[in-house]
Ligand binder design. Structure first.
Ligand code: CA
Length: 222
């Protein structure tokens, strides 16, 4: 028994995966192809995080989502599969090369029509959605792109979310480096500042979940 979060050993991790991760076959194959063919494959979310995000999608009944940083499309596919037939996720990335890896899997899974891919700097896409009058209409947002951009993405996503909508922000523990004051890498400093700002942000209800590389959940208050 412990009054704090367990340390995740390799053995315990394997057990957790074995008894709880029901990864659809199409997702498993996309994950494996990403690891075989794509540099930076570590940017892909873990299967247990994919299952967690799918559960959150079901719990919130999300039908309109946005993702900043699609990479090879594992998280977008996880969310799209968990949405109802009329669900839509706007998927933002700047790489055709990476997102092209995911597209055949989106199609095979029968959810390609739910994933609205926008190849452009994410702030341009977010600003266009706001200008288009979609403020306050999104149920869910997932932020998983360049870390120095996080605060800007978060502000725009908060504008787009409806009251009660959920923002999920990835990599907030950044391999543990955020807790090491001697680490002054630009990405580490950016995430540390983002986390500190969010702690004091009364616009959201907050929980940092130590899954994957750290996933903060922030629910927009009314
Ligand atoms: Ca990530």
């Amino acid at each position: 028994m412990s009054s704090r979060t367990l340390e995740m050993t390799d053995r315990l991790y394997d057990y957790m995966i074995e008894v709880s991760v029901r990864e659809p076959d199409v997702l498993r194959r996309l994950r494996e192809e990403t690891f075989e063919k794509v540099d930076m494959a570590k940017m892909q979310i873990s299967p247990e995080q994919g299952r967690f995000m799918a559960l959150l999608t079901e719990l919130t009944g999300a039908r309109k989502a946005i993702e900043i940083g699609t990479f090879t499309g594992y998280s977008a596919l996880s969310v799209a599969l968990a949405m109802p037939d009329d669900g839509r996720i706007v998927a933002c990335d700047i790489s055709e090369e990476w997102t092209n890896v995911g597209k055949p899997y989106w199609k095979e899974a029968g959810v390609a029509q739910k994933i609205d891919l926008r190849i452009a700097p994410a702030n341009e896409t977010l600003d266009a959605l706001i200008a288009d009058g979609q403020e306050g209409t999104f149920d869910m947002a997932f932020i998983d792109a360049d870390k120095e951009g996080y605060q800007g993405y978060f502000e725009r996503c908060l504008t787009l979310l409806r009251p009660g909508g959920l923002a999920m922000i990835d990599n907030v523990l950044w391999g543990g480096s955020v807790a090491d004051p001697s680490d002054t890498d630009d990405d580490t400093v950016a995430i540390r500042a983002f986390n500190a700002n969010l702690r004091d942000d009364e616009r959201v209800t907050l929980s940092l979940v130590p899954i994957g590389d750290g996933l903060t959940l922030a629910r927009k208050r009314a």
